[in-house]
Design a protein around this ligand. Sequence first.
Ligand SMILES: *Cc1c(COP(=O)(O)O)cnc(C)c1O
Length: 389
Amino acid sequence: MDHAATTYTKPEVFAAMVPYFSQYFGNPSSLYRFAMEPKKAVEEARKRVAAAIGASPDEIYFTAGGTESDNWALKGVAYANRKRGRHIVTSSIEHHAVLHTASYLEKQGFEVTYLPVDRYGRVDPGDVADAITDRTVLVSVMAANNEIGTLQPIAEIGRVCRDAGVYFHTDAVQAIGAVPIDVDAMQVDLLSLSAHKFYGPKGIGALYIRNGTRIDSLIHGGGQERRRRAGTENLPGIVGLGKAIELVTADIPGHNRRIAAMRDRLLAGILERIPDTCLNGHPTERLPNNINVGFRSVKAESLLLLLDAHGICASAGSACSSGSSEPSHVLTAIGLSPAIAYGSLRLTLGDANIEDDVDYVLEVLPEAIERLRSVSPLTPPCSPGEEAP
Ligand SMILES: *Cc1c(COP(=O)(O)O)cnc(C)c1O
């Protein structure tokens, strides 16, 4: 129940990768014939990634994942265009790969506007238009939020940016395979994606960069990736990314129909069986696999421990910020009170889930909530070493 954190690598994807470890392991940059097959495989994967998002292959650059792609988009565009202006616009609910990069750039003398969102987590394209000044060089708004699943009006924001002559980056890490993406229809100039969020391997991703975009390199060294991203290619990873994106975008409605039906049954069951519960995020404009619910008088961390004891993997906020006791910046941005934000649970379904999983969560979760609530509001938190209630 935590597919937003990561997914398993599909057997077909893994099988496609295997020959590139020990059989066709040549360095794609080498000139001898043994390097031909690896080079061909990289270019084939590039075509597949391009086809999945309506780009052309020479606009796809392989990276080490979503975090690197986000860093590159923001830092690369900010530095390459700093003579034109030093202002960036983003939203307050971005992944930390964008937000922490933006705050780093602020320390380097750039100015960043963090747009608010409405109570469903949506950015108003009118706010984007209002925030753009003649010093703005980049707008970065994610396609789908990793915590609450809210989808952004990307095409509308793209139009605003194009009209203003400002580059538009979107973090589409959660959106790939969940909703159709077309960089031209959405007027996106840069787009981040990551294989391990759609049944590919970890540590491999891509940045789409529209031809003509002014951007500096992030990783300096050899001449790989048309001199823009140095480092010997992650050959098996690239092959896996190509296979995974082809599989997951082949039939997006078909892929999501079963998952969305299970999600809807799980959500309806939770709201019906557990009083004082609310859905966080947008009721309809949300990822087909995402549930984020707030439970009154419950601490999500205790709930996660109880669920884990029953073999259920779930998350509070995002996996990346777990371990911190701050309420999620996303839940805060949509205006939730700290009490509800602290008691919010994210369940994200995927390919491997079956109807029995839904039944099982609906059996375990209401009892867990009842148990926590029966001890919660008046009981002080237990001291270290004491057994949890
Ligand atoms: C997972 C995720 C990232 C980071 O991608 P990695 O490949 O894990 O570095 C960035 N943005 C969003 C929205 C994500 O969900």
